[in-house]
Design a protein around this ligand. Structure first.
Ligand code: SF4
Ligand code: SF4
Length: 267
């Protein structure tokens, strides 16, 4: 969604100090809000996260991690479970004051430290498929449409006192860091959501979704297996001018976004 989220951290299974790092979006209770410093892609970033750092895994606790639909797609595929099972087991859906659309958060473990359900002693157990916020940390990324319809990207450095990654001897540009985290693929799907989240009717406050539309939002974006089997899929195909719903989840997610835009705001 638009705006910056507070990441969290950390990494895993990194043997090479310059290759890791992760974190998640969050707004936690025990960590103070990080200082946010605007960044440019060419800005030099001194940072690395690896198992040997004194704070290893600390950033995967007491965090508030909002998931994008593509995060769920990747995680549930990595775990080999259905999207419905993933949502039931790992996701808390909330509708919050001031938010037009529901927020899907990764549920935390009740271990007294609110640890991420995927963190292990040796690091992130889903590292290859970790959420976008975990990848970008300590960089926060916000995207929006300009008046001419082009995409504008804002980057900030989220520097938290508990994170010792800034003391590591590893320096490269912000762009190179984000590229190394495999973020561009995630950005492709997350930015596609701007058509929903930054639709003029959302921005001017005139769009107030019905209960049915809120339900459709979560179903179509986060539970692709059920979306694919919907009894009303013929209507979805017609609305999106598709002869059949795509087999590939990535294509289905983009179609789901297209369908929701048409369903909510008209053709
Ligand atoms: S260095 Fe920072 S990102 Fe890495 S584990 Fe420590 S707190 Fe988390
Ligand atoms: S998904 Fe992985 S990187 Fe992200 S918070 Fe959980 S354990 Fe940490």
């Amino acid at each position: 969604m638009a705006g910056f989220s507070r990441p969290h951290p950390h990494s895993h299974r990194l043997d090479r100090p310059c290759t890791g790092g992760s974190h998640a979006m969050s707004a936690t209770t025990s960590h103070t809000m990080p200082a946010m410093q605007p960044l440019r892609p060419e800005t030099s970033l001194r940072f690395a996260c690896r198992p040997g750092v004194i704070c290893f895994n600390e950033c995967c606790r007491e965090l508030d991690l909002a998931l994008f639909p593509y995060d769920v797609l990747r995680l549930r595929r990595a775990l080999g479970i259905s999207s419905g099972e993933f949502m039931k087991k790992y996701v808390l859906v909330t509708q919050e004051d001031g938010q037009v659309f529901p927020i899907c958060r990764l549920s935390m473990v009740d271990d007294g430290r609110a640890s991420c359900v995927f963190v292990r002693r040796e690091g992130c157990s889903v590292y290859a498929d970790r959420p976008a916020a975990c990848r970008a940390y300590p960089v926060g990324r916000g995207a929006s449409f300009r008046g001419d319809g082009s995409l504008s990207e804002r980057l900030v450095l989220l520097q938290e006192r508990h994170c010792h990654g800034f003391a590591e001897n590893c320096e490269r540009s912000v762009a190179a860091y984000l590229e190394a985290q495999g973020l561009s693929e995630y950005n492709r799907f997350n930015d596609a959501l701007l058509r929903l989240h930054q639709h003029p009717r959302v921005l001017d406050g005139s769009f107030v979704p019905t209960e049915r539309q809120l339900h459709r939002y979560v179903l179509a974006l986060y539970d692709l297996d059920r979306f694919r089997r919907l009894p009303g899929r013929a209507a979805i195909q017609m609305a999106t001018r598709q002869e059949a719903l795509p087999d590939k989840d990535e294509e289905l997610l983009l179609l789901a976004i297209d369908w929701l835009v048409r369903d909510f705001f008209g053709p």
